[in-house]
Write a protein that binds this ligand. Structure first.
Ligand code: PNW
Length: 450
């Protein structure tokens, strides 16, 4: 039986670089994603795509908010482009940039949609990258100042902040394997340093936000990583899935604990890889006192790993269901993922992203039929209800994404939206899933009981 608390927050999410466009308008400074897309003749991104125009939401936000309202959204998580509001990252403030977010906020609020702001969703000002970006310990002050400016401006209008989206992708993809901006391939010691700077930056920003906007403002952190679920739902299976979720495997950076342990437990545990231990020995004790546990954790749920009762990964059988970008469809991660994160950190949780890419096209009838998305979401949201009913304090669900948008190194090849975007004309076409999700929201999930 699918059931959610009556005050459950249903919404959708996006990020500035992925939808705004207007990459150099009205005084915006360049960001690392602008550079990454433009350099090497666009070689970093499929088809040489870039976020120069994206969904043009910078100019079309009114139309977009009207579509959100028409589909019953209660909340919209969007990110602020740091280089749009502080072009060089730590210098002068660009009033036109702030004015854009003012207008977006007012439009959302006027339409009864709760704004949730992500401060950092990957578009670092280029000027800060030239000074070392997340490798430079000064990032803590740069980020806290930026957070303070935003919190001051939007005080009284914004109750929800998320400081940093997917620390693991920033570090691992951006500075480790270089498939994301700034495209670096640094040694592992440097990655350990970056994770630590991210934890300190979140903490300093959280203090700044609370200082200027008040203690009641809720400040979250959004990590990502491998979450496991049991092959068989037995006590041993659950225990094994819990342990496996927080193991440091070969891709040691790609797990929740690498940053959340610092923030919430204020330590690294004994199982961290040697390279992190070595770095940790250089951290001054006073750094640990600066760590701020977030008010809530945002979890972006796409796929999980099934493990057996010994915690060993169970290989997927031939022909296993996949999304268009070949990510395995694993609804059970929506049940056990939040459960295990809560078991370790004891904090409220929001599903800050969940969704999939499909090969969406306009049909002969002029509509976009996406039964694959409806099927996927029905399964994932039903599993989320199980977590909630087992007592995991999940207070909201945000679909990724509202509009199709720029999917980082995949460019526009992947479509994650509830709303189809025809990039040649910027025409928006609500997909079948948009109407379906509107009904999920209207019935608080009860329509899923079929
Ligand atoms: C997220 N994985 O990244 C990001 O927050 C979004 O900006 C992005 O568009 C969305 O998911 C879809 O990709 C992820 O390996 C990157 O499972 C990688 C994974 C998950 C999310």
């Amino acid at each position: 039986m699918v059931k959610f608390p009556s005050d459950f927050i249903w919404g959708a999410a996006c990020a500035a670089y992925q939808c705004e466009g207007a990459w150099d308008e009205d005084g915006k400074g360049p960001g690392i994603w602008d550079d990454f897309c433009h350099e090497l003749n666009g070689h970093h991104v499929n088809n040489g795509d870039s976020g120069d125009v994206a969904c043009d939401s910078y100019h079309r936000y009114r139309e977009d908010v009207a579509l959100m309202k028409a589909h019953n959204l209660r909340a919209y998580r969007f990110s602020i482009s740091w280089p749009r509001v502080i072009p060089d990252g730590d210098g002068e403030v660009n009033e036109a940039g702030l004015a854009y977010y003012d207008a977006l906020l007012d439009e959302l609020i006027a339409n009864g949609i709760e704004p949730m702001i992500t401060l950092y969703h990957w578009d670092l000002p280029s000027a800060l990258q030239r000074k070392g970006g997340w490798q430079n310990p000064q990032i803590v002050d740069w980020f806290a100042r930026y957070a303070r400016i935003i919190a001051q401006r939007f005080k009284g209008r914004v109750k929800w902040y998320m400081t940093i989206n997917e620390a693991q992708c920033i570090t691992f993809l951006g500075y480790g394997i270089g498939t994301h901006a700034p495209g670096l391939k640094l040694p592992e010691e440097e990655l350990a340093r970056i994770y630590h700077h991210i934890a300190l930056s979140h903490s300093a920003a959280m203090r700044a936000i609370k200082q200027v906007a008040g203690e009641s403002v809720q400040v979250g952190f959004v990590p990502c990583g491998n979450l496991c679920y049991p092959q068989a739902d037995t006590p041993e299976g659950r225990e094994a899935a819990y342990r496996a979720s927080f193991e440091y495997g070969d891709r040691w950076g790609f797990n929740f604990n690498i940053v959340l342990d610092s923030l919430v437990l204020k330590r690294y545990d004994d199982t961290v890889p040697a390279v992190v231990k070595k770095f940790a020995a250089t951290i001054p004790a006073s750094d640990w006192e600066l760590m701020e546990a977030p008010d809530f954790i945002g979890i972006n749920v796409y796929q999980g790993q099934m493990v057996d009762a010994q915690g060993k990964a169970v290989p997927k059988p031939a022909g296993y269901p996949l999304t268009a970008c070949k990510w395995p469809i694993t609804p059970a991660v929506m049940h056990y993922g939040p459960m295990n994160v809560h078991r370790r950190y004891r904090l409220p949780i929001i599903i800050s992203e969940n969704g999939l890419s499909c090969n969406d096209v306009e049909f002969l009838d002029g509509r976009v039929h996406d039964p694959d998305r409806v099927n996927y979401l029905h399964r994932y949201i039903s599993e989320l209800s199980r977590a909630v009913q087992e007592g995991v304090p999940v207070f909201g669900y945000l679909h990724w994404s509202f509009l199709d948008n720029f999917e980082w190194s995949s460019g526009y090849d992947e479509r994650f939206g509830l709303i189809f975007v025809d990039y040649a004309t910027q025409r928006r076409i609500p997909k079948d899933s948009a109407g379906w999700y509107a009904r999920v929201i209207e019935t608080n999930g009860e329509c899923l009981n079929v």
